[in-house]
Design a protein around this ligand. Sequence first.
Ligand code: PLP
Length: 415
Amino acid sequence: MITNINDSFRCLPQSYLFSDVAARLRKYKELHPEADIVRMDIGDVTLPIPQASIQAMHRAVDDMASSETFRGYGPEQGYDFLREAIAENDYHARGLSVKADEIFISDGAKSDLGNLGDLFGDNFIVALPDPGYPVYSDSNVIDGRAGELEDGRWSNFIYLEATPENGFVPEPPFEHADVIYLCFPNNPTGASITLEKLQAWVDYALREGALLIYDSAYEAYITTTGTVHSVYEATGAERCAIEVRSFSKTAGFTGLRCGYTVVPHSLKGRYKDGSEVEVRTLWNRRQCTKFNGASYIVQRGAEALFTPEGRGQVRKNVETYMSNARLLREALTEAGLEVYGGVDAPYLWIKCPDGITSWEMFDRLLDNLQLSSTPGSGFGRMGEGFLRLTAFNTPEKTCIAAERIRSSQKIFNKF
Ligand code: PLP
């Protein structure tokens, strides 16, 4: 028997949101085996990997078959071919001066978001969005920074409330935070951020000596001109911000696993004795200690996304999902619902009518329209009274869902 195990696990919510959703769906299917349920709950992609990437991975597999081209352990930071392609296409092309050696390739954004906690000092004060992607909260709970759970909230966290009133873009708090998680375009609300609002966050972080962790896993979905693509568009962000990105939603890599994190040279920190250190060297040290690099084959697949063919194919996939989002938005609006998101992100955030709860709305959509969704309350207290629908589906299934929503005005009115 192991004694003295990490007590923080006991404090985590016992079940994961998506297992609750799956359990309800299972039960519904047992009772209604004939039901043709359209899944609009999980945020997983449905389209295959772009061909340019598939072909590059086939070639990379062949590289592994011959002793001249075989690759064993790669650089922990990622191969230069991919780091340079990202610097060039995702940053230099937008006039941003992120360097290849500031980019760390990983097996996805979730790992990096959880692992970044290794950089935090003792008693770091964490500020995170509510509603928000659960990894920000849960990883800090596991690391013991959360305090006590009181009425569904952790005593040591600062909750950045995202509401229709602030356009789902919270403002910097009055109190001090050591680390702030921001996510734009946002999961689950679908909101994006303007440069002016982002600048307020960067100014706050610089003033407070805080670290901004900017999750832009959905950057590829931005359609509104003038919307921020990278945190480094804000003045001074290279001195306070780390950006986390992923190929998962951009190019269907949810199963392949590849993402990256930018840690600029200019981002400095202080040890307790006041001495200064480049945060990048710490992240590099952390990765070299605990990570042996993403797969060569997958990195070749990611590199190919930046070729002209790859870029075209990625754009086509993203457009398919965003046309699904448009269709859903129109149908939901016609049905008289208050709908947010779906413009710069593949998520629609729906206000539950007549004060019903997220789970009540979930049940009603399932019972009446055979549509599955994600209850907003699973993303935090401020998500109560909202529902998330995903546009990650086939156009055919999305059309069916939109039709059911459209023809359901009576059902919605009944709410
Ligand atoms: N960040 C956000 C906001 C997400 O919604 C997700 C996945 O759903 C991730 C990060 C994780 O992405 P990855 O598949 O790269 O781990």
